[in-house]
Design a protein around this ligand. Structure first.
Ligand code: PMP
Ligand code: GLU
Length: 397
């Protein structure tokens, strides 16, 4: 059977693959703790579920407008204005099947073959693969733990060439939890402002899972007016990963291109999920803060436990729900059976097999030498997982 070169050159999502592997082990009766996939462990708040049930009763069961219901796009437009101080009209917003599709839509709509896309790494697994789909060229800017995983303005400036078309930033970051301060963003904005041909894509999906007390949207810098596409959605803030609602908000021309693509590709997203998302944006927001506080408490717990493990190097994540410890101290060591740990992938596999804890290796995020733990799980599960990891790593000699 012929499979296209395009798909053959694509890597499967390692976050989803690792999660599936851990679920398979679980189904075979193995007591696996899954710290691989990144999703809130909370149930979707009741008022949001009720809105979806009402949507069915009210017969919101027909095809939806390609870019999403006008009422949802207006709710998002208000959210962007009130929470982020940025003005995007409903016509500048396209709702897709999750932020993942919204982002892929944008990349496919603005990147020509050979165009360069600057991505600080570590970066979420899907970015480089989406750029590959668009036949663009990934230009990776390395930002390790010694710089708290944040690319500097000088690094970004050095990466810019005449072929650069896009800068893709994610803050709070997956997989590191790092959050760019307003000052750090300003320095990057000052660089990009000198290159009017560059579009900035700002992935703000973890906006609300932020422990710094403040969030600045890249779209709020006047220097970049008309040149920023915001990616966001309900998956993380409202514990709605399975509903598949996310959006892009950006220049009208990009929104139109994305709508055209979506019209041929998937049509508008689910009617019921859109009505639920509308309730999320228009309804009470206390649930968001409650979940944020739980993530912050778990961040403190996981960081303190990880710092007790000799050999792990750990930053203090300021947002999202990931820890990205450096594991290079364990490379070259052997398991009791004599297997040598050559990569962080070997360590992630060893932790799955020996400790029954599923993580994701740094290679998946273009950053070998690290592993990612998602701590969006109960405190006791975090304690048990960290104990198992500590015991397993102590067996490496
Ligand atoms: N961006 C980042 C950085 C993410 O971690 C995720 C979560 N998978 C997404 C986008 C996509 O989220 P969703 O498709 O669930 O809205
Ligand atoms: N964002 C999550 C993660 O990184 C969900 C899985 C995915 O879509 O990659 O684990």
């Amino acid at each position: 059977m012929q499979i296209s070169d395009r798909i053959k050159s694509l890597s499967p999502s390692q976050t989803l693959a690792m999660s599936q592997r851990s679920n398979e082990l679980k189904a075979r009766g193995v007591d696996v703790i899954n710290l691989s996939v990144g999703e809130p462990d909370f149930n979707t708040p009741e008022h949001i579920k009720a809105a979806a049930q009402k949507a069915i009763d009210d017969n919101y069961t027909f095809y939806t407008p390609v870019g999403g219901y006008q009422s949802l796009r207006e709710a998002i437009s208000r959210k962007l204005d009130v929470e982020n101080g940025v003005k995007f009209g409903a016509g500048d917003i396209v709702v897709g099947n999750g932020a993942k599709q919204a982002l892929c839509n944008v990349i496919l709509s603005v990147v020509n073959p050979g165009d360069e896309v600057i991505i600080p790494v570590p970066a979420w697994v899907s970015y480089v693969e989406m750029v590959k789909l668009a036949e663009g060229k990934n230009v990776l800017v390395p930002a390790g733990i010694e710089q708290d995983f944040k690319a500097t303005a000088a690094q970004i400036e050095a990466a810019i060439t005449p072929r650069t078309r896009v800068l893709l930033l994610c803050s709070p970051s997956n997989p590191t939890g790092s959050v760019y301060s307003r000052e750090e963003l300003q320095a990057i904005v000052d660089v990009v402002a000198r290159h009017p041909e560059i579009l900035v894509i700002s992935d703000e999906i973890y906006e609300h899972i932020n422990f710094t007390g403040s969030f600045t949207s890249l779209a709020s810098f006047p220097e970049l007016a008309g040149r920023v596409v915001v990616i966001n959605g309900v998956s993380k803030a409202y514990a709605m990963t399975g509903w598949r609602i996310g959006y892009m908000a950006g220049p009208t021309a990009v929104a139109k291109a994305v709508t055209k693509l979506q019209s041929q590709y998937t049509s508008g997203p689910s009617s019921i999920a859109q009505k639920a998302a509308e309730a999320a944006y228009n309804g009470p927001q206390e649930c968001v803060e409650e979940m944020r506080l739980a993530f912050q408490r778990r961040r403190d717990l996981v960081v303190s436990l990880a710092r007790e493990i000799k050999g792990l190097e750990v930053n203090e994540p300021q947002g999202a729900f990931y820890l990205f410890p450096k594991v290079t101290a364990f490379l070259g060591r052997r398991t009791p059976d004599g297997v040598v740990m050559e990569t962080s992938g070997d360590i992630a596999m060893y932790l799955l097999e020996k400790a029954h804890v599923a993580t994701v290796d740094g290679e998946a995020f273009c950053c070998p030498g690290y592993i990612r733990l998602s701590y969006a799980t109960a405190d006791d599960t975090i304690r048990e997982a960290m104990k198992r990891i500590a015991d397993a790593l102590a067996c490496l000699v």
